[in-house]
Design a protein around this ligand. Structure first.
Ligand code: NAD
Ligand code: ISE
Length: 340
């Protein structure tokens, strides 16, 4: 709308854990055109405190929130396996939904979302692959698209978290962490991933018993680009994400933004982000602002349900490769016209 103030978008948030609260604070503090109207979490005590802080209503269950007349759009930040049911409930009532990654942890769950959205005939689902909004990744994509480094041949990627939360499993390293690279690589390279191999070596003595960490994940794209991803969820020293693309005439690397270089004791050093909240704060903000602005003009343009499905299909194949210790092929369904 030009020249007039548009009404605030009332957002309902499901799941008020780490990222739920992070998004709620962001919407309340730095997103124009939206407010948090309602929240739900199975942890009643937690949701009451969050609702109080955000000046929002705490509702009794996910469906009550989704169908509430004063909720215009929904942000799903509950655990991954719950996402398809909650997103489907949003589609049932025709409300836009920003679903945190992953769209689901099974291929079947993601396909149900695609089927429902395709029958509606318009896009309402966006998946929280926020790296697509990061300045660094966008710059890498610009360089690749310009042809400056020639034909892409290989990518070396690193995804390190300081510490995994309790209960984090080797499968989750793939479905919850590396799923970011599975999406980012599809987007950067503009093609699907056709096979994945997970390789295990020596595990860190600091990782929980039973958690294989680090893991090496080799992705193959349809045109034959090889992407190696080191996933290390207990690296201890900070949050570190890297990506170097090797082309036929040059390379391009992702740089981690730093805002200060510290010099002392004979060393000049750049700080390392503490966690994903710090590293990707600008990307989350851009993701949310574009989502809110898009809804105001009836347009959802961010990562789609297809992107969510394709990334999960690769993650599921990676889990298969992890248990069989062999290469797993990724076979995708036909892409509906809605996502072309
Ligand atoms: P978390 O465990 O901190 O929070 C999850 C919350 O969901 C908890 O408060 C839990 O009580 C609640 N919950 C459990 N069952 C529920 C239900 N049936 N209905 C509603 N709420 C329920 O986890 P998190 O780190 O906040 O992750 C949540 C989701 O966000 C995951 O899918 C994760 O992959 C994703 N995530 C994305 C990013 C990113 O960088 N884009 C970062 C962190 C988390
Ligand atoms: C977490 O859920 C995220 O999405 C973070 O971006 C990622 O780095 C981390 O590994 C995940 O567990």
């Amino acid at each position: 709308m030009t020249g007039e103030r548009r009404a605030l978008l009332n957002i309902g948030v499901i799941g008020t854990g780490s990222i739920g609260v992070d998004h709620i604070r962001r919407v309340s503090g730095s997103i124009a055109g939206a407010r948090v109207a309602a929240v739900f979490d199975v942890d009643a005590e937690r949701v009451r405190a969050v609702a109080h802080e955000a000046d929002a209503r705490a509702l009794d269950d996910a469906v009550t929130l989704i169908t509430d007349d004063d909720v215009d759009a929904v942000l799903v930040a509950s655990p991954g396996p719950l996402h398809p049911e909650q997103v489907l409930a949003c589609l049932d009532v025709g409300k836009p939904v920003l679903c945190e990654k992953p769209l689901g942890t099974t291929v079947e769950g993601c396909l149900r979302v695609i089927e429902a959205e395709v029958s509606l005939g318009r896009r309402l689902v966006q998946v929280g692959f926020m790296r697509r909004y990061d300045h660094g990744y966008r710059r890498v994509k610009q360089v690749l698209d310009s042809g400056q480094v020639g034909d892409v041949l290989m990518v070396h990627a690193v995804h390190r978290n300081p510490e995994a939360p309790d209960g984090f499993t080797s499968d989750m390293s793939l479905t919850d962490s590396v799923v970011h690279e599975m999406d980012t690589m599809r987007w950067l390279l503009g093609e699907e991933i056709s096979a994945v191999t997970v390789v295990h070596g020596r595990s860190s003595p600091l990782s929980a018993v039973g958690l294989q960490d680090p893991q090496l994940v080799l992705l193959e794209t349809v045109s034959g680009v090889l992407v190696d991803v080191e996933s290390f969820v207990n690296c201890q020293y900070g949050y570190d994400v890297g990506c170097e693309v090797v082309g036929s005439t040059g390379t391009v690397s992702l740089d981690t933004p730093t805002y200060a270089a510290v010099t002392g004791s004979g060393v000049r050093g750049r700080s390392v982000p503490a966690d994903w909240q710090e590293r990707f704060c600008d990307a989350y903000r851009a993701e949310l602002q574009e989502w809110v602005d898009g809804i105001a003009v009836g347009d959802v343009t961010g990562p789609s349900a297809w992107d969510g499905y394709a990334a999960t299909a690769v993650a599921v194949a990676a889990v298969e490769s992890q248990s069989s210790l062999t290469r797993a092929e990724v076979k995708l369904a036909d892409k509906p016209a809605l996502y072309v």
